[in-house]
Design a protein around this ligand. Sequence first.
Ligand code: HEM
Length: 378
Amino acid sequence: MVSFISFVSLALALASTASAFPAYGTLAGLPREELARAVTNLEYVKAPPPPGPLAYNGTKLVYDKAHPFKAPGPNDIRGPCPGLNTLANHGYLPRNGIVTPGQVITACMEGYNMENWFARFATYAGHLVDGNLITNLMSLGGPTPKTGPAPPAPALAGGLDTHVVFEGDASMTRADAYWGDNHSFNQTLYDELASFMDKYGGGRYNWTVANEFRWQRIQDSMATNPEFSLMQPRYFTVYLETTFPILFFVDGRTTENRTLSKEDALSFFKTNKFPEDWYRTGVPSSFDGIFDVAAAHPIKPGKNVNGVNTYEVDPTQPDLSQFCGIYADFVNRIVTGLYPNPTGELLEALNINLQYLYDSISDNFCPDQQQFPYGKPQ
Ligand code: HEM
């Protein structure tokens, strides 16, 4: 009898372990049955509307007493984005790395003076493909090992580490997912970046370094990564990230000739720490400068189709001049590819988050171009 009871308890324990899905785990791309099981076991939180713009949007001290640096503990999640990792290491985001879209938007505005519409756009794009739409939580990274020998790159690692749907190839200080670790700081790549700062920026990160290093990383990935891809949304973000060190990492008291020192670059990229006494930029920013970086060495969206150095342009892909096309491609190809047949609460959550994504660009860029991949909600 005792052994029968232990057997039943063990079976129940195993069943509950099998069904325990982390509240912050991405649901995107799960096989149908796994998805249904996860949704049933998670508590649905209806996504609230995003926060509005800051009341005060000038420069201000960000590394203040209320936001001390603390390196992440063993259970704190960090990922490929030095901007968000830094916000978490200073408590502008929850230090465990499990966040809501509203927290990310507020933290990006508070910490970096990111324009409200743009913080909403980037955040809902990330959340739709990397977050948990049922619980309204997202993690800054995934459960993949942060160091050590490269495991085979999983299709979907979790959180912002998830490859292809937002995270992508040819990063400045992170290796391609093909090599196994797409999120940890990579010293070799940073050393190369530093040598570009010496060669093109007098030892600092400036627009010329942005142009040249961006191109170098694309060429390098094309020649070494057989699975190299510059398909959207990566084509857009690959240029975007190159501008961030100038737009967001330079101290806000520098008004002209905004360039970043090696010391400050290392602080953000490697330690994920604000430089001492650091002020955010005094000018709310979004994606200023990406067109110039792209124009320095033009290439169209595409990918290696048959091993290294087999890059082919995909003529169906929108380029930077078609911003609303990038949005439409993201929604109609990437989001529906991850969620082909949503129903019930999941469908409602998708439609709410898709609405918040579109709201961020409806007035300024894409009026009357809203996409309804799951039909117009009633
Ligand atoms: C608003 C929400 C944001 C999301 C969802 C997000 C997400 C990401 C992701 C997934 C990556 C990895 C892309 C890759 O290299 O493959 C990344 C890279 C990056 N992010 Fe963010 N990010 C956000 C905001 C920010 C902010 C506010 C900053 C700057 C203050 C920033 C700076 C960067 C930089 C510089 C990289 C490039 C890292 C490198 O190439 O070495 N991000 N971000």
